[in-house]
Design a protein around this ligand. Sequence first.
Ligand SMILES: [Ca+2]
Ligand SMILES: [Ca+2]
Length: 451
Amino acid sequence: MKRALQSILQPKLSFLLILSAITLAGTTASAQDNIIANGDFSTGDLTSWTTYFADFAGVSGTVSAADSVASITGISGAGQAVWHVQLYQDLTSDQLASLELDSTYLISFDARAGEAGRTIKMFFGVSDPYVLIREKTFSLTTEMATYTAKVALSSKNTGTKLGFEMGLSNVDVFIDNVSITKTEPEVFTLPVTFESADLDYTLTDFGGNSSSVVADPTDATNTVAQTVKPATAEVWAGTTIGPASGFATAIPFTASATKMSARVWSPIAGATILMKVEDSNDANIYVEMPATITAAETWETLVFDVTQQREGTAAVNFDNTYDKASIFLDYGQNGTAYTFYWDDVQFGEGETSTSTEPESVFIPSEYALNQNYPNPFNPSTTIEFAMPQANFVTLEVFNMVGQKVATLVEGTRQAGVHTVSFDASTLSSGTYLYRMQAGDQMLMQKMTLIK
Ligand SMILES: [Ca+2]
Ligand SMILES: [Ca+2]
């Protein structure tokens, strides 16, 4: 593989790359695989690179590679559009030929800025006609640092370029060691928490959405996905969780394990959140699972049941493969620009309440569902239930017209006495029923919420 790539490279380029590998004393083990020419600007000029300033819009600046670093300085008049200042490399037919379809590549570069917080957008694709392979926005610091993005190469087109767009600021940018090297595909599976340092968390938007991976606005130690659904987005705008090729393994749905969950922060209550699972190799095989946001501007765990498909759409077939998932925020609506956050997409129900393991070694002789306490309550109460043996159990809350308003427990629990807290702050005053089902047992109690 290395040999094949190397032989395709221009002699001059190979020579330079060998030089650079020596210069770097092995710090870049795969330097000879780099598809980008003069990515380290070691020629001292901008050989193989193209500079663009939107002079029609009054934007100007200077680009040089005098110190073996691309320096974009003296930018003036920027601020309107990110593409108004560019440095890019048009891939030659030889460079394109050396890229293998359906392989994964790592795009890497070093950069710093005159001021911390200056953003640049890495762009890999064709700009006209627009065929995006990968783009990613980076926030730079004043120290040189390495920035990367992985790309699963699904298309190759004449006119493909790798470059940087930085037209939103006049702050200087310095770029070095630009490379595209073949790498291992991302092993992308559930759960998706956005916490792994090894994953790039590709999010594939469609219908006009715009997603990125950001800090949780309510907890800076947590990383989440942010999806903006602008007013211009389609009602069916959504975001595939990962690359279009889907997860590395199928979601293990069975007749007795039918649920997925995700945490969602919605700016509005009542929004429909749709989770669609599909076969990455066959778009005709899918299930769409709706859930509803009950409260605005708070994190809420939503459970999606593959046996509860959206009305009028295909039902699950457990013989099918579902190895790709997409989330649709405020599905079916458009009109207002909304920003959503989401996290912890997982197989299984997730935690919808604080549920504890057995608190005593007492093993009851039969199933029991005790009266909640306190009762009446506002807004939270505790429900205790007893299991004589380990079993799959559900504990659900219904309003008086029979609509389920909460699922407090859904999963296997050990023998013993369990307690669950129920937070009804999003519900209105009234009488509610709570129902426990385990094995062939069904038990029910009433509780009263008074606000
Ligand atoms: Ca350099
Ligand atoms: Ca997270």
